[in-house]
Design a protein around this ligand. Structure first.
Ligand code: TYD
Ligand code: MG
Length: 460
């Protein structure tokens, strides 16, 4: 028998290496390479195709793209609006979606609810490797889902799962969780990187061949030995992360990668005793309720995915006892904060080099766009000077190194969102300000220098 080929995968970033080394050459993290066995290539029998599914993998030949009719993705709505939004408009036949998140965040609940709502129109199969069918049924009952349309399978062997799925031909297949699934072909322990990758690869092939929409649940873990979702990210069509703050009932579903839709799209849910409820208009939940304006708090309009959101950012600037004052940013990029503080010093006249600066985005949300810059600096300046910003103020805009305020995409949409939520003053990049200085009750001030922006915010 030929010797099995091995290679080494980074459990942090998924990069593959031919030799073992102490540090991953891609992401630079130490002691994260694990050995995987590479399966010898074998012709796999094609699974039976679903009627009407066009996305087949036939023998390849070189073809001019102009002569290929682009296949419109066949989409079907799940009935859960926030999930559809994050998926980019509904389920795509033959797609593989990975849902990652901490244990207990609600991944199983969300997928079970989805199966319940699509059960009338499509056939779903829920494969559980973690809970017994009795537990799943009890949860479905408690969630008030119609049990009739639901099919379950308690199984962890990929061979048997695929045999059942090929026979039953579900439209939607849920694997909860991929870390419990193993294949007989490999001797590695279930949950190891090689088992998880090989099982996922088989499921991806099954999805492409049959047109089944496959959902993989993956726990995010920190311990070595158990493969986290990172090693699967490049194999699947979409990666959604389910996030939430400890103690908060709000859950955010974020598209991290999506071949069929916008990344950074957010879906917002609230966990209740009756399962996950959609929050279709989430703007208000990311604002904390202050009785009166408080120093260190600023509201921005960020645009995550395809909708604007009002989000509060809080700063605490306090004299530091350390030789290297702390810069801590939760929900924002740390390096960007350091850069913004330097701009604030040079162009805003606030020297915070001897101050600890803590920054937090309310509601456990992560803001990745540069449009947050201006509000971040307002919050920092407000805490540093111990002066509250005016009531009902919003701000957005990118701040450049030379102190200029740069325009951001979709300014008008952001302003309308602020106006809808009763804000009365917006400080925004000049290029984003409309010709008329008012949108309803909202007064819009356009600025193009940081100094002007600070003056507009604090001299009222
Ligand atoms: P679960 O979906 O099992 O999480 P995951 O699959 O991501 O590990 O969710 C479990 C948590 O959700 C658990 O702590 C209880 C809570 N929960 C509710 O609050 N209400 C409900 O109706 C359900 C089903 C779960
Ligand atoms: Mg679960």
């Amino acid at each position: 028998m030929a010797k099995a080929k091995t290679s080494y995968v980074c459990t942090e970033c998924g990069a593959e290496h031919s030799k073992w080394q102490g540090q991953c050459a891609e992401c630079g993290v130490w002691n994260v390479l694990t050995e995987i066995v590479v399966e010898p290539a074998k012709a796999s029998a094609a699974a039976p195709r679903h009627a009407g599914y066009a996305g087949a993998v036939d023998a390849a030949k070189v073809t001019r793209l102009a002569s290929v009719a682009a296949t419109a993705e066949a989409r079907s709505e799940t009935g859960i609006g926030e999930l559809d939004r994050v998926l980019g408009g509904g389920l795509v036949a033959g797609s593989v979606v990975l849902i990652g998140g901490d244990p207990g965040i609600g991944k199983s609940t969300l997928l079970l609810q989805m199966l319940g709502t699509i059960g009338q129109r499509m056939r779903g199969l829920y494969v559980t490797g973690e809970e017994s069918l009795g537990q799943v049924a009890a949860r479905a009952q408690r969630l008030g889902l119609p049990l009739d349309g639901l099919e379950g399978l308690a199984e962890t062997s990929i061979e048997r799962i695929l045999a059942e799925a090929s026979a039953g031909k579900p439209d939607v297949l849920i694997i909860d969780s991929i870390q419990t699934i193993w294949t007989e072909l490999l001797t590695a322990a279930p949950g190891s990187v090689s088992q998880v990758r090989e099982s996922a690869a088989r499921l991806v092939r099954f999805a492409k061949q049959t047109g089944t929409s496959v959902f993989l649940v993956g726990h995010v873990t920190k311990e070595g030995g158990i493969a986290g979702p990172r090693v699967l990210e490049h194999m699947v069509d979409a990666v959604l992360y389910f996030e939430g703050e400890v103690g908060s009932r709000f859950r955010i579903l974020r598209a991290f990668k999506n071949r069929f839709g916008a990344v950074n799209e957010l879906g917002v849910f609230a966990m209740s005793e009756k399962g996950l409820k959609e929050v279709p208009n989430p703007s208000a939940i990311f604002l904390s309720a202050h009785a009166q304006p408080t120093p260190g708090s600023a509201v921005m309009v960020t645009r995550e995915g395809t909708r604007p959101l009002l989000v509060e950012v809080q700063a605490l600037v306090d004299a530091s006892a350390l030789p290297n004052p702390r810069r801590v940013a939760l929900g924002l990029e740390q390096n960007r904060l350091a850069m913004l503080l330097a701009v604030l010093h040079r162009h805003g006249g606030a020297a915070v080099f001897d101050q600890d600066v803590f920054l937090n985005v309310v509601g456990g949300i992560r803001v990745q766009e540069t449009a947050a810059d201006l509000a971040v600096l307002f919050a920092v300046q407000s805490s540093f000077r111990d002066r509250a910003l005016p009531d009902k103020l919003v701000a957005f805009g990118e701040v450049g190194l030379s102190g200029e305020i740069r325009p951001v995409p979709n300014g008008e949409e952001r302003l309308r969102e602020a106006a809808t939520h009763g804000f009365s003053l917006a400080i925004v990049p000049k290029a984003n300000a409309p010709k008329k200085p008012r949108i309803g009750e909202l007064e819009v001030v356009g600025v193009d220098r940081l100094g002007d922006a600070l003056a507009a915010a604090f001299q009222r």
